[in-house]
Design a protein around this ligand. Structure first.
Ligand code: HGY
Ligand code: MN
Ligand code: MN
Length: 409
């Protein structure tokens, strides 16, 4: 059965693969730390006889054969890339739970009709190149050439170059696309990253819907001038304009809808010297809501404010869309299987929405999906303080073991 000690060992091992030891987990896509994490997981997959393979975009799979090799696979997993100085559970908890389910099936000597695939998705966070959900989008929609050559990390390395350096061939990304009907279901266990489960003393969150996400990047262009000799009325200050737009985004998000959230999480200022008027500012916009209409309206308002502010200040700007994923509902049948298993095992659960984005929201375009949350201590995530009890992950894995057996038999 599910063994919490194996879950603990996996997560404590993975947490060591970070570019910022002592300051949380920083494990960017196609980084040396990610390679170490993959190699560990690959060894663990091979140790229980899974057939290990990597697809054209770097998604890592451990395939457990079914009696019918042609039957659509039951896929279960999550991601191992992280945000900067993030926590050891975001994504990794779901990958480890999937691996542990495969171990439990092995221990039980269970044979299933459908093959089962443990999946480690690549670049879910988008922390390195700005466009996340990369591995799942590659399986569902395919990835455009401009995303590969037109998105860059902080060292101006393109995604295509990073993939090549990692041993992948960016010209083959379309080979990662999965045929419709080839996946029977996709299950993802994830930490809640919010306060609801802990504050209500509930062990499991069964997610009914996942918010839609739109990510944009705005660059405002002004002119660099001497901070001491340039009169205020002769400046074209890109940062002052950006600050007006960013403040407006906060107000628009607060008014757009009851659950709308709008975040400007990253900003770069050029040249970035304290005695030079900022010439160029690039910032991100992350908009989310359960209703796509609300996101659309908020986006239109932000665009209007940006145009007005820049026109008034005689500045130019660019607007790039990096991600657009609509809200999705998870599969009722999977919800029922998990709820029934939780009742039978006397594990407390509640239905809830997901304010965080997950690969499941993309995979929903390919197959029925399930998303299950386990509690986050103090509701914190995307920071070194992120914590989830191993026992809670084990409970979630128990429930998904039942779901995998129900779906794959
Ligand atoms: O941004 C998110 O919601 C997720 O953590 N990638
Ligand atoms: Mn995350
Ligand atoms: Mn995540």
């Amino acid at each position: 059965m599910i063994k919490v000690e194996r879950i603990r060992k996996d997560l404590e091992t993975l947490a060591q693969f970070t570019a910022t030891p002592g300051a949380g987990v920083t494990r960017m896509a196609f980084s040396p730390e990610e390679r170490q994490a993959r190699e560990y997981l690959q060894r663990e997959m091979e140790a229980i006889g899974l057939e290990v393979y990597t697809d054209a975009v770097g998604n890592l799979f451990g395939r457990r054969a079914g009696k019918d090799p042609e039957a659509p696979v039951v896929m279960i997993g999550s991601h191992i890339d992280s945000v900067k100085n993030g926590g050891p559970f975001d994504g990794a908890a779901g990958v480890v739970a999937a691996l542990e389910i495969a171990r439990a099936l092995q221990d039980m000597g269970k044979e299933t009709v459908h093959p089962i695939e443990v999946v480690v998705m690549t670049e879910e966070e988008g922390g390195r190149f700005g466009s996340g959900l990369f591995g799942s989008r590659a399986m569902v929609d395919g990835i455009s050439q401009e995303e590969l050559t037109g998105t860059f990390d902080e060292e101006r390395i393109s995604k295509a170059e990073a993939m090549k350096a990692f041993g992948l061939d960016p010209d083959k990304v379309r080979e990662a696309v999965r045929k419709p009907g080839s996946v029977k279901a996709f299950l993802e266990l994830h930490i809640e990253q919010g306060p609801v489960l802990e504050s209500t003393g509930t062990k499991i969150g069964i997610v009914e819907s996942i918010v839609g996400i739109r990510t944009f990047f705005v660059t405002i262009y002004g002119s660099a001038d001497h901070a001491g000799t340039t009169p205020m009325n002769m400046r074209r200050d890109a940062l002052v304009a950006a600050s007006r737009v960013i403040t407006a985004i906060d107000g628009i998000a607060r008014e757009a809808g009851e659950n709308t959230v709008g975040t400007v999480g990253s900003i770069q200022v050029k040249p970035g010297s304290n005695n030079v008027v900022p010439a160029e500012v690039r910032f991100s916009i992350d908009l989310r809501d359960g209703d796509n209409e609300v996101i659309e309206r908020a986006t239109a308002k932000i665009k209007q404010v940006l145009a007005e502010v820049c026109e008034a200040a005689n500045l130019t700007y660019t607007w790039e869309e990096a991600l657009s994923v609509p809200p999705v509902a998870t599969e009722a049948k999977i919800i029922d299987i998990v709820a029934e298993a939780a009742q039978r095992k006397n594990i407390s659960f509640r239905m809830m929405p997901s304010g965080a984005g997950h690969d499941a929201m993309v995979m929903a375009r390919l197959a029925p999906v399930g998303l299950l949350f386990v509690p986050s201590r103090d509701g914190k995530s995307h920071c070194p303080e992120e914590w989830t009890d191993y026992e809670d992950i084990a409970l979630g894995a128990e429930l998904y073991l039942d779901a995998v057996l129900a779906l794959a038999q």
